[in-house]
Design a protein. Structure first.
Length: 201
């Protein structure tokens, strides 16, 4: 009789304690699986939206869609200031670089040649120096290389707005309306830039 009473106590709604334990375990695993799927839905199923949060006007590097280039006003190497939006109406290459960067140094003669060839036709280059400890070397380097386009000194806010600048050189091709039409990380053939310039001028 005692055994029957014990069995009855362990049964609720026709389920034994063992069955209830299985149900609770299954429910717990199901909740964990749902949370996993929800938190990784972009990875598992793909997403057309970027993960966040990002700074205002964030533009991921190497994004090749026509997004408006984040505007900036930065000090120039000659002690003045430059506002990117003042160049609206021109095709612009914004090039993030540094004096200590070998690929940057290698690509500068190509940029100089492009400015010579297309500068009078409505084309401009803006070099954004990311030099910090070597900032005092920028002007001597410009004179040595005979850089014929404006160079400004960047800051962290601008780097973040342009995708974080994970590597240099990183460059952005901007059309006459101020929209980014292409961007590149690393040194690229001058012909790639030239093809963009010809199409956009």
């Amino acid at each position: 009789m005692t055994q029957n009473n014990t069995a009855e106590k362990n049964k609720i709604g026709g389920l034994t304690k063992k069955h209830r334990s299985w149900i609770y375990t299954g429910f717990f695993i199901g909740v964990i699986m749902l949370l996993f799927i929800f938190n990784n839905s972009d990875y598992l199923f793909g997403s057309s939206e970027e993960n966040g949060p990002y700074p205002p006007n964030y533009i991921p590097a190497a994004q090749k869609t026509s997004a408006l280039a984040p505007d900036f006003t930065l000090p120039t190497s000659d002690g003045k200031s430059m506002k990117l939006s003042d160049l609206k109406g021109k095709v612009v290459i914004v090039d993030f670089w540094a004096t200590w960067c070998p690929p940057c140094r290698k690509g500068i003669p190509d940029l100089i040649a492009l400015k010579k060839k297309y500068g009078a036709k409505g084309f401009e280059i803006v070099g954004v120096s990311v030099d910090t400890d070597t900032k005092n070397e920028v002007v001597p380097f410009m004179k040595e290389q005979k850089i014929n386009y404006p160079v400004v000194y960047g800051n962290m806010n601008v780097y973040q707005q342009y995708g974080g600048i994970r590597a240099i050189p990183t460059s952005f091709v901007i059309d006459k309306q101020g929209k980014i039409v292409a961007s590149y990380e690393g040194l690229i053939p001058v012909e790639t830039y030239e093809n963009h310039i010809k199409k956009l001028l």
